[in-house]
Write a protein that binds this ligand. Structure first.
Ligand code: KG4
Length: 336
């Protein structure tokens, strides 16, 4: 089954063709980062307009890069939640038009379910049930992936997402947007013990997380150093920050793995590219005996191939949309 997939939930317009949920025939991404970096963050109105300009051409390119014609397509899948509402609406309306014109079924896909499904591309043998740590710019959650389409959140951040925290700290340091990648690179070789930063515990909710305290402590540390005219050891600061994020995430994922007893842990989302988090998880899994599944770096960030993968499993479960499909800024992953 060949699925044309569309993703436009934030600042990447993407189209892909995926066969049978695991084979990526093509994947095209048009990034808007250059445009938004002028403002130090995503400007929703600009994002929506750029999606409108790019989506149609990208979909055509995805079909031709796959070596197919439109007649070879069997369905259209699209991210319908969560995300910037104007941005998601562009993809949803394009997908509706394409499905209607080509007389194909329309499959709605939850963006975070898509991130989880990116693991099926890298690991053909990965099958639910497993526990997945979902960490991106908008989401930080530990998800119980019971089956391809039945999921429940075991724990999540009470405030900021981990990626948002990386981005905010990097912006104040002036090292670029989005900040996770530059912080990760800066941290290489830095002394992670140099700047002790807080790791929050949410009392009564063992698997929940909180990053606002870490963000505030980091920003205060940077501002204090600036006010005193002291130079920060940037690699050491970035390494200390990466350690604090990792120390917030890893013990909770491991606790979720113990709780469920699946023996399989996956990671998903843009922050899943982080070297410290990947290495710490690998070490924790080596110790616990859990099998760890890491997506290839190219499938960590937003892309449409992951939407095509999840779309296949949603289709198999009979989850199809009508022409009244709406877009949602927020939506529980359990609802699909
Ligand atoms: O999944 P994604 O592309 O978009 C969302 O769905 O949010 O994730 C983007 C986030 C940004 O916050 C970015 O700074 C972060 O992923 N990120 C990283 C790394 N690469 C991207 N964070 C930490 N380390 C990285 N290497």
């Amino acid at each position: 089954m060949n699925i044309l997939a569309i993703e436009s939930s934030c600042d990447d317009t993407a189209a892909a063709v995926v066969r049978d949920g695991r084979t990526v025939l093509s994947s095209c991404v048009s990034s808007q980062i250059e445009m938004h970096s002028i403002y130090g963050g995503v400007v929703p109105e600009i994002a929506s307009r750029k999606h409108v300009e790019a989506v149609s051409g990208l979909a055509d390119k995805a079909v031709s890069d796959a070596g197919l014609t439109k007649a070879d397509l069997d369905a259209v899948a699209v991210t319908y939640a969560p995300g910037l509402i104007g941005a998601v609406l562009v993809g949803v309306n394009f997908a509706k038009g394409a499905a209607l014109a080509l007389d194909l079924p329309l499959i709605p896909v939850h963006h975070v379910r898509g991130h989880i499904a990116a693991n099926y591309i890298t690991h053909p043998d990965l099958e639910p049930p497993f526990v997945c740590l979902c960490v991106s710019g908008g989401t930080t959650a530990i998800v119980d992936v019971r089956s391809y389409t039945s999921m429940a959140v075991l724990g999540s951040t009470r405030d900021d997402a981990a990626g948002e925290c990386f981005d905010k700290v990097a912006r104040v340091l002036g090292i670029g947007y989005p900040g996770g990648g530059p912080m990760d690179r800066l941290a290489q070789g830095g002394d992670d013990q140099a700047y002790p930063l807080p790791v929050a515990h949410v009392s009564g909710a063992e698997l929940d997380m909180s990053f606002s305290g870490l963000k505030t402590a980091s920003l205060n540390l940077i501002h204090n150093a600036q006010q005193k005219g002291e130079a920060l050891d940037l690699p050491a600061f970035a390494a200390s920050f990466g350690k604090a994020v990792s120390d917030s995430l890893i013990p909770r994922v491991m606790a979720a793995a113990r709780q469920t007893g699946y023996g399989k842990i996956a990671v998903a989302g843009g922050v899943a590219a982080n070297r410290r988090i990947r290495a710490d998880l690998q070490a924790a899994c080596t110790q616990s005996g859990d099998r760890l599944f890491l997506p290839e770096l190219c499938w960590c960030g937003d892309n449409a191939a992951m939407i095509g993968c999840q779309g296949f499993f949603e289709f198999q479960a009979g989850h199809l949309a009508g022409w009244d499909l709406n877009a949602y800024a927020t939506r529980d992953i359990a609802l699909g």
